[in-house]
Ligand binder design. Structure first.
Ligand code: HEC
Ligand code: HEC
Ligand code: HEC
Ligand code: HEC
Length: 465
């Protein structure tokens, strides 16, 4: 998409010429107080009022009841109030922003995506969630349905353009609404729309969130499968109570990493040995194939700094004895971050916490020797960080791309005391939203660091006497 066409979208139906003329008139008449061009990104801070946007309760109590209830269950409605968001913003980001001029902008900037109304109203930092301010509405109905386009060529860092008022941007022009006007805006149907908040660049210029960019270079973009088709799936029905029936009403599910059902089965696993019979002392090589059948972007995506996906392989002999198999290293640069180890990391949390000599916490918090599918983020001192705003560089990207298959091998030297008979070997893929040692250290509730099951598969060999 070119910059021109975005500007055209931003200005709706008013042609470029008329806008040019209007700006001239505004300058000539000295009416500079009227902002002719709505601002985007950082420049939009404080350019609107809370009152210019309806509340979700207003939209959802008697008209869009279904969407409202779906949205309430999605992370979108909790983007400001969710426990981990509150902890990271108030305990780490705000104090850090007050100490380090390079990251000072995040004090306001986090809200550009997480509490857009507070950002637009210039209410930063907003009151804590317990105060019940309008920041709590998070990514609410009017935030999305007032977006007319975005500024620039690449969607990122909340560079959407919000024009609140009578006109609601959406997929349909026909139909009647007693409450507002309906404007058909194809921008909302694009992946770029989502990318305005799902791509993020750190103050150091590093892509720390790139879900839309990952999608764009993958197979789904090439086939025209947008974010909406997997996260806002279409169903026959009404889009408002007693409204017109349509065959393809956009469901406001926004289900992602916090939905165990969405995560489950994302990757398919198969494990096989290189030989079917072996004696104690012999080496058997097991190969695991992992196929990403489900995500339109990499897995994990989004808050990659927090997330881990790991492969645990365990053998059980007929006597019930269990053996943990360690992954065979492949030898690529930066691989040490993709194999679980007993090391400390995340020392830069000490900046916000006033502990300059903070030693860090365990990097992975899972059994040592497992393959981890992740991308490490590094602070300016080269230490691993979960603070995406303090990210100056990144390690190897060893995540599972859309429709990608990765192979991992595990060589098992059969111990002398292994019981003769059938040996069962199971590969399990697990997922965690936030590495557990960090969650425990910061007091983030257990649900954010519980182990989520993705998939498993087993094979057997026979141990000869
Ligand atoms: C105004 C900014 C904004 C826009 C536009 C936006 N999102 Fe989001 N989205 C967020 C934020 C912020 C979160 C994180 C909520 C949290 O966990 O704090 C989120 C969360 C999500 C999640 C849940 C992820 C999880 O971890 O469970 C999904 C799925 C999602 N968005 C999909 C979309 C899709 C699809 C679109 C486009 C149709 C979109 N978003 C547009 C800001 C936005
Ligand atoms: C993260 C952005 C986002 C949020 C939040 C959001 N919507 Fe939507 N909404 C969309 C998108 C995207 C579409 C579909 C656009 C398209 O496919 O052209 C849509 C479609 C709709 C439609 C038309 C559905 C149809 O198919 O006829 C209605 C009505 C609607 N939304 C109402 C709401 C209400 C009410 C809320 C709050 C409870 C809400 N939306 C919250 C992004 C959002
Ligand atoms: C082909 C289907 C598909 C498409 C297309 C797709 N997603 Fe997803 N998405 C998934 C699945 C499945 C998951 C759950 C697994 C996971 O967490 O990655 C997911 C997870 C997510 C998450 C949570 C990621 C995490 O690891 O925390 C976000 C955010 C998200 N999607 C946003 C988007 C956006 C934005 C787009 C478009 C640029 C998009 N998705 C396109 C299937 C899809
Ligand atoms: C460009 C938009 C954008 C900006 C700026 C942004 N975020 Fe986010 N944030 C998101 C999106 C989108 C997600 C959801 C990604 C996912 O689910 O994987 C998210 C997820 C999170 C999560 C994880 C939520 C969870 O439950 O897993 C936390 C915590 C968070 N953000 C805090 C912050 C803080 C603190 C800042 C400022 C330093 C910030 N964010 C700046 C868009 C943004």
């Amino acid at each position: 998409m070119t910059g021109q066409s975005q500007i055209r979208q931003a200005k709706g139906t008013i042609s470029k010429q008329i806008w040019g003329l209007m700006s001239v008139l505004i300058v000539l008449t000295g009416a500079g107080v009227i902002s002719a061009q709505p601002k985007a990104g950082d420049a939009a801070l404080g350019t609107q009022k809370y009152d210019s946007y309806e509340t979700p309760d207003y939209c959802g109590t008697s008209c869009h009841v279904g969407f409202y209830q779906q949205w309430r269950q999605a992370m979108m409605s909790q983007s400001y109030t969710h426990h981990w968001d509150e902890i990271e913003y108030f305990k780490l980001a705000v104090p850090h922003a007050e100490k380090d001029p390079v990251v000072a902008g995040v004090k306001a900037g986090c809200n550009g995506c997480h509490a857009p109304l507070a950002f637009l109203a210039g209410d930063v930092p907003p009151a804590r969630p317990e105060a019940g301010s309008r920041a709590n509405e998070g990514v609410q109905c009017e935030v999305c349905h007032s977006i007319t386009g975005f500024e620039g060529d690449t969607p990122f860092n909340f560079n959407w353009i919000s024009v609140p008022g009578e006109d609601k941007q959406g997929p349909r022009a026909q139909g009647e609404s007693p409450a507002h006007k309906m404007v058909k805006n194809d921008f909302l149907a694009t992946a770029e729309f989502c990318g305005t908040c799902h791509n993020e660049k750190s103050p150091y210029g590093v892509w720390v969130k790139s879900t839309h960019l990952e999608w764009k270079e993958g197979p789904y973009a090439a086939q025209g499968v947008t974010c909406q088709q997997c996260h806002m799936t279409f169903a026959p029905g009404e889009s408002a109570e007693m409204g017109t029936k349509y065959p393809d009403v956009r469901q406001h599910l926004f289900h992602g990493a916090h939905d165990p059902g969405k995560v489950r089965g994302t990757i398919e696993l198969r494990i096989h040995p290189d030989i079917r019979e072996a004696e104690p002392g012999e080496a058997v090589k097991f190969t695991v194939a992992l196929f990403n059948q489900k995500t339109g972007h990499k897995f994990p995506s989004g808050s990659v700094e927090d997330r881990i996906v790991w492969l645990h392989v365990e053998a059980t002999d007929v006597a019930g004895k269990k053996y943990h198999l360690k992954v065979d290293p492949k030898g690529f640069a930066g691989e040490e971050y993709t194999i679980s180890a007993d090391v400390l990391a995340y020392q830069d949390m000490g900046i916000a916490l006033n502990e300059p000599d903070f030693k860090g916490v365990q990097r992975d918090g899972i059994p040592v020797g497992n393959r981890i599918f992740r991308m490490a983020y590094f602070d300016p001192q080269g230490r691993m960080t979960i603070q995406q705003w303090n990210t100056k560089s990144q390690g190897v990207d060893y995540r599972l791309g859309p429709r990608e298959t990765k192979l991992e091998t595990f060589t098992f030297n059969l111990p002398d005391d292994v019981a003769p008979g059938e040996l069962k070997v199971t590969a399990t893929l697990n997922y965690q939203l936030l590495v557990k040692p960090v969650a425990d250290f910061l007091g983030v509730p257990e649900e954010e660091s519980r182990v989520m099951f993705v998939n498993d598969h087993s094979t057997t060999i026979t141990v000869l006497p």
